[in-house]
Design a protein around this ligand. Sequence first.
Ligand code: ADP
Ligand code: MG
Length: 620
Amino acid sequence: MAKHQFQTEIGQLLKLMTHSLYSNKEIFIRELVSNASDALDKFNYLSLTDEKYKNEAWKGQIFIGVDEEDGSLTIGDNGIGMNEADLISHLGTIAKSGTKSFIESLTGDAKKDSNLIGQFGVGFYSVFMVAQKVDVITKKAGETQAYKFTTDGTGEFEIVPVTKESQGTIVYITLKEDEKEFLNQWRVKEVVKKYSNHIAYPIMLHFSEEETTGEGENKETKKVKKSEQINAASALWTLPKSELKKEDYVEFYKTISHGDAEPLAYMHNKVEGAQEFTTLFYIPKSAPFDLYRADYQPGVKLYVKRVFITDDDKELLPPYLRFVKGVIDSEDLPLNVSREILQENKILANIRQNSVKKILTEIKKLNKEDAEIFTEQYNRVIKEGIFTDYTNKETLLEIVRYKSSVQEGLIGLDEYISRGDSQKKEIYYIIGKDEKVLRNSPLLEAYKKANIEVLIMDDEEVDSIVTPMIGMYKEWSFNDVTAIEAPESKTQEEKEEISKEYQALTDKIKEVLGSEVKDVKISTRLTSSASCVVKDSSDPMASMAHMFVQMGQKMPDIPLILEINPEHEMIKKLDALTDDNLFSDAAWILLDTAKLSEGLELKDKIVFAQRVAHLASKAL
Ligand code: ADP
Ligand code: MG
């Protein structure tokens, strides 16, 4: 007899299961059935690809037994099974970083949290919501010794050798006193129908029912053992579209998503011809928890001729579509295709290309309401796609949404274009961290005045990398308003004239600010603000500055150009000022306030405050 400690994280998880996640207990059946199905998939694959496991007679099956007399529920399979080492590593430890992120992302809302269980690959432990004791009796395919793993879910487990005829696993659950509802055959059927109807193997329910025979004197009532298949056991994607209703697709989605939410959209396609394959994809209504984790779990499973191959291949779809769930079933790939082969396989590349097209087409077709949900959940990964998927860039640009200077909410580029100047074909944008700062940026004043719409891009981390490399959309070019001339309100001659008029002033300010600015100019883009800072469009570093920060490097010091507004009170007064100290304070304040309104950091906030105070006291 060997006693073992659970890994610490599992201890934590078990506590959570038993004390917090109590609102949706029935899902433990879904989790154990899903594990049984995985175990059958694994053996099925071996039996078809490895001589050692060849077994013509084998038919995968799952069974569920209810026994009211001893208060136990049993969920079993004739799949791959586990040996002693497997039990310790698969059930005693969590290899994936799943548990940690699971615990981290718990919301405290019991209902939501229990929905997360399946997603995190901590499915087995959900059984402790209802179990006082669990015995896992299992024999690994091709081995002779069977083992029993026993735990009451408190921190320890025990493994002993036992005898078991056939390969596979039986999970024997002793239910807690107040969880006996799961001994009711109707209850079990209901749960299986709800979550596991489209598990590809038959699920047999074993139960006993009272039966009365005979009449009058001879009347006799006894318990009879019965068994019944309680799921559809069809690989849904293999059925013709014409036979399937929305409910069927939604049901299957629940099975593969380990949840009970409906999908936002689904797309089922059979491709025939030189290559044959079937795909069934779903877009979840809410993004998976690990969308932005490097170790995300891919959502698409690969099958070859209905045989499960892998659910852990990140190459099946491009990474930016990692939120898509579903199935790819190829008729042409070899069964024993290795991971390395998959990577550069032409057949798969073709499936992938076709799949991306199908998915993006479906996204474009979403109605207004669903498109809004989509944008809220996935706009950011679409931007990632714009950056990485050159082939589908145009389509992705049709899908992506941005905020706009002329309205609330989000708009698409087509909407922008429909309102823009179709002669010039220019798209204007401004990037920064804070929507409010951007909307009030002095740089937009000239655009407002000229009635030109500017896209407000406040997802700086992503936009600052993606937008500068978009280049064109439908012949319209992208322009960063911080790096270009403002829309013209004055002629070149008028501009030169004003510049000359204020030459002495701009020179003097430049002298005060020294190397802090590259130049000081008279602005034609400002109306209400006194000053603004712009990037030097001729400086190649300017558009790349944000990228440095992204890559964890210091923002390079790109010299800014200070522009001042000659119409503004402050500038007029400054021009007439004779006090040099006051002039210097005012010059610095012009620069610092301009920086602040672009959301830029000041080198020394205290000095800034002192200058403002000094100037204010003079004004009084
Ligand atoms: P996941 O299914 O996401 O891997 P689980 O907690 O549900 O996480 O299961 C943990 C592991 O235990 C599985 O990956 C599998 O290796 C093993 N396992 C669980 N149930 C079975 C079973 N019925 N047959 C064989 N192995 C199983
Ligand atoms: Mg599982």
